[in-house]
Ligand binder design. Structure first.
Ligand SMILES: [Zn+2]
Length: 284
């Protein structure tokens, strides 16, 4: 998995490969106002991504989701063209459902599946933002809350609907009768997904570092101070690495552990960021 708009260069400019401001942790939630694909595999997100690559006017997101897929368009440190007012594009990150604002709840099961995809992806962004921008993975918990337009303008981390920010828009569900329910469900999924990474029950390790692979289908989390089982023997590990892989139920954790991580982390976990580019390769 890569980034769709890097693999399919758009016909007109749809992003900048930089940020004019530091990422705020503001997550803008959209609907793409596309037609929901309910026959066979859901190709909605892929279809909208193709549309963005061909359109001649500006309009893009960082990510698109539908009921069975996540399509990343550009990296999080890129500027996407998602909100046309108040410089939100400079600091916010945008995710869009490949559906229409008035189509929620009209197809059984679609919204549950799509909310799960989006919740998972927003949690990945929150963890990545906390680590990469704030230097503290635990600050991911600042994202799963709904914020006002004023808070978004003040660069307060949290989730906000596009329709709250721009007067001529009503996505993702500003006027929907089930707005409160949709928001509660999405927030809970994001929070739960973050919990799965930051509160692993198997050991007492403290999460220290997150590495997200391009495409975000895998996460590596480095834990400091945990005690882990190794071949039936419990050993004191100073650090460990958990590999999380996404599936339909969220992340599966501890697919892999590798004690070479301990050797590196022993040197100085506060300096571990400098190893980030090489961590995946170290996990034999
Ligand atoms: Zn929108």
């Amino acid at each position: 998995m890569g980034y769709y708009l890097l693999d399919h260069p758009p016909a007109s400019r749809q992003f900048y490969p930089t940020r004019y401001e530091t990422e705020s942790g503001v997550v803008v939630v959209h609907t793409a106002e596309s037609v929901m694909d309910t026959v066979g595999p859901d190709t909605g997100a892929e279809g909208v991504a193709g549309f963005i690559s061909r359109r001649n006017d500006p309009g893009s997101y960082h990510c698109l989701v539908d009921s069975d897929s996540i399509v990343d368009l550009v990296p999080p440190h890129y500027t996407a063209f998602q909100v046309a007012v108040d410089h939100f594009n400079r600091h916010s990150w945008g995710i869009s459902f490949a559906t229409a604002a008035d189509a929620w709840d009209t197809v059984a099961g679609w919204d549950n599946a799509a909310l799960a995809q989006a919740g998972h992806r927003i949690a990945v962004y929150a963890l990545d933002w906390a680590q990469r921008v704030k230097g503290d993975i635990n600050r991911a918990y600042e994202v799963p809350r709904w914020i006002s337009q004023g808070e978004a303008q003040a660069r307060t981390a949290g989730m906000v609907l596009h329709g709250q920010l721009q007067a001529d828009r009503s996505d993702a569900w500003v006027h929907h009768s089930e707005r409160a329910t949709l928001e509660a469900r999405l927030r809970l999924i994001v929070r739960t997904e973050i919990d799965r990474v930051l509160k692993p029950p198997e050991h007492g390790g403290k999460p220290m570092l997150l590495i997200v692979r391009p495409g975000n289908d895998e996460l590596y989390v480095v834990y400091d101070g945990g005690v882990m089982d190794h071949g039936g023997d419990s050993i004191n590990a100073y650090a460990g690495v958990g590999l999380y892989q996404a599936d339909t139920d969220g992340w599966n954790r501890y697919v892999k552990q590798n004690y070479r991580a301990r050797e590196i982390a022993n040197k100085d976990l506060s300096q571990a960021n400098k190893y980030s580019p090489n961590w995946p390769a170290l996990l034999g």
